[in-house]
Design a protein around this ligand. Structure first.
Ligand code: ADP
Length: 631
């Protein structure tokens, strides 16, 4: 019988299948099982209105059979079956479903991706098989047909004998080679693994004959039992997905076991979020907030994303578009009946439905985290310890575009008992006369607390947030204002906590010592933009403050970035404590011992840097200066 040719597109596609990389090849089983499931659906729906279909719900099955000698794998269903014309039309042309425009997709890489992520239906079987036969009989029809093909050179359709209705697809697996072991697809463990991975929630049982080793009956008591191998039929899929069961019937233990197995975590999640959304975007979602960051979380190799299912069939392992970067720690899945199985990654990105789902998911994560914060502080802090940094990066990136989503989730160590507080809590107990939110930066919260200016602000009864992560100050700047309060760095020159009287006094002192302060500034050259007296340093003799947009902390962080060349400079002011005995001493030196004043100025500057958590620029010089003073 003459072979019929595939349509041109199909030929191209076959070519691409055959050259696909191995890890993608395994999806052929998912595709064939999904088709079988659809065929069962069709007959099942028909049975609802057609009395001639006498099967009960339990009768519908998908059966897998292996023959290692013949190297064949068979996937059989007792669904609707295909007529001769259907076999030709459905299997002779690719992309009957029309969801996939082959011509648009020229780039080879993208092609491979499409196979891997979404599959292209029946044809994927040619990735693992050199020959395929499809025997099919429509329900109620007398005749059956056999479609056969060895790939690109066409196919034949002939009448055949088939006792039962439905479709039986036999794959003649390709020979193994150095790179690929197609015979793996005949192994029980492999098939079980693939069914669990991709098709666990197909609504019909997927059955296969398996071997079971059990102790022989009637063994002698006291003796180790002998084992025998028994062949039994096993159902490989669990059928009802956890997320489709009502939350009220699921125990925490079940959720946790599911999470651990699916996402390979040894620890239970901090929070499980199980929702059913109806309306414009209807989907089930099961999300988990892990209790610790995976080892690669803060590296480039970490891939965010939720697992995407279309009606219980996994179509993408990590769909990045479903979660924003700042919630990239969320693991879980989304299952929607509105997404087609054969949709390309390109199209998915622009899919309106998917965008709606992503927005709903984002809102849900936020509201659940806020709930956790209110109801279980300890757990929230555990979560925050693992992922707070990511939230802060989230605020900072995109110039604070997401601050509304995130600012209420942030926490910082506070001068109030050195505990983590939220901005909301901070603002709720601000003093009546307090305008800005104060913060201090340091390597650690303790170091920030020790800053002279921080002590001074706390001393006046204001609460101070101690920032210790590089991103912290940038995040607050990106937020800009919170509940109409600005953020002020206690080391900023604009810090304004003095009374009017104090300000007057300070102004007068600075004016009277103008010449001396100028001398000190000149001694330090470009290192500082000014030297000034300050009235708010408590017991400390000196400290550094910054003027303008870039704080000392930011200078440090920015200069530590690759390729920065240390080019970022904060405008620095050396502040001398007006109320310290040193202030009077400096004046004396200015009158009589200028050289000594110059040396003292350099030492004071070095001290101020050390107090601010910075390194001394020239340690040898400092050491010599101190020695000179001692002599
Ligand atoms: P898709 O499933 O996206 O439509 P496929 O290439 O996998 O694309 O299948 C093409 C068509 O062949 C299906 O739409 C269906 O009509 C038919 N088909 C495939 N497998 C079966 C089956 N096991 N039973 C009945 N019809 C099938």
């Amino acid at each position: 019988m003459a072979k019929k040719q595939f349509k041109t597109e199909s030929k191209k596609l076959l070519d691409m299948m055959i050259n696909s990389i191995y890890t993608h090849k395994e999806i052929f089983l998912r595709e064939l099982i999904s088709n079988a499931s659809d065929a069962l659906d069709k007959l099942y729906y028909r049975s609802l209105t057609d009395a001639s279909v006498t099967l009960t719900r339990e009768d519908y099955t998908i059966e897998l059979a292996r023959d290692k000698d013949a190297r064949t794998l068979t996937i059989a269903d007792n669904g609707c079956g295909m007529t001769k014309e259907e076999l030709e039309n459905n299997l002779g042309t690719i992309a009957k479903s029309g969801s996939y425009d082959f011509k648009q997709d020229e780039a080879a890489k993208e092609k491979v991706d499409i196979i891997g992520q979404f599959g292209v239906g029946f044809y994927s079987a040619f990735m693992v098989a050199s020959r395929i036969t499809v025997r099919s009989r429509v329900f109620g029809a007398a005749e059956a047909w056999e479609w056969q093909s060895e790939g690109a050179d066409g196919y034949t359709v002939e009448p055949c004998e088939k006792e039962t209705h439905g479709t039986e697809i036999t794959l003649y697996l390709l020979p193994d080679n150095d790179d690929e072991r197609y015979s793996d697809f005949l192994e029980e463990y492999k098939i079980r693994e693939l069914v669990r991975k991709y098709s666990d929630y197909i609504r019909y049982p997927i059955r296969m004959e398996v071997e079971e080793h059990r102790p022989k009956e009637g063994g002698e008591e006291g003796k180790a039992p002998e084992y025998e191998t028994i062949k039994t039929i096993a159902t490989l899929n669990s059928m009802v997905p956890l997320w489709k069961r009502p939350a009220s019937e699921i125990t925490e233990e079940e959720y946790n076991t599911f999470y651990r197995e699916k996402f390979y975590d040894y620890e239970a999640p901090v929070k499980t979020i199980h929702t059913v959304s109806e309306g414009t975007a209807s989907f089930h979602s099961l999300l988990f907030i892990p209790s610790h960051a995976p080892f690669d979380y803060y590296t480039k190799s970490y891939e965010k994303g939720l697992c995407l299912y279309s009606s219980g069939v996994m179509i993408m392992e990590k769909c990045a578009d479903l979660v924003p970067d700042y919630f990239s720690f969320v693991r879980g899945l989304v299952d929607s009946a509105d997404l087609s199985l054969n949709i390309s990654r390109e199209m998915l990105q622009h899919d309106r439905q998917l965008k709606l789902i992503a927005r709903t998911v984002e809102k849900k994560i936020k509201s659940e985290l806020l709930k956790l914060l209110e109801s279980d502080r300890e757990r929230y802090e555990k979560f925050y310890g693992a992922f707070g940094l990511q939230l802060k990066y989230g605020v900072y990136s995109d110039y604070g575009m997401h601050k509304d989503v995130l600012s209420d989730l942030l926490m910082f160590t506070s001068s109030n008992e050195k505990k983590l507080v939220t901005l909301k809590e901070y603002v709720s107990r601000m003093k009546e006369e307090q305008k800005p939110i104060y913060y201090a930066c340091g390597e650690t919260a303790d170091a920030a607390a020790m800053l002279p200016q921080a002590e001074a602000v706390v001393d006046r009864g204001f609460e101070v947030l101690y920032l210790s992560d590089d991103v912290d100050e940038f995040a607050l700047r990106a937020i800009g204002t919170y509940a109409e309060h600005t953020f002020v760095n206690v080391s900023d020159e604009s810090l304004d906590i003095a009374t009017d009287e104090e300000k007057e006094k300070l102004k007068a002192e600075n004016e009277s010592a103008e010449e001396m302060l100028k001398f000190m500034k000149e001694t330090l050259g470009d290192k500082v933009s000014a030297v000034r007296f300050s009235g708010s340093l408590k017991n400390h003799p000196v400290c550094l403050a910054s003027e303008g947009g870039i704080s000392l902390g930011m200078e440090k962080v920015l200069n530590e970035m690759p390729n920065s060349n240390g080019a970022i400079k904060a405008e620095t002011v050396l502040e001398i404590n007006l109320n310290h005995p040193l202030a009077a001493r400096l004046r004396v030196l200015y009158e009589g011992e200028r050289d000594r004043l110059a040396a003292c100025t350099k030492i004071l500057y070095a001290q101020a840097r050390l107090i601010g958590g910075m390194s001394v620029e020239n340690p040898t010089e400092l050491s010599n200066l101190v020695c000179d003073l001692m002599l």
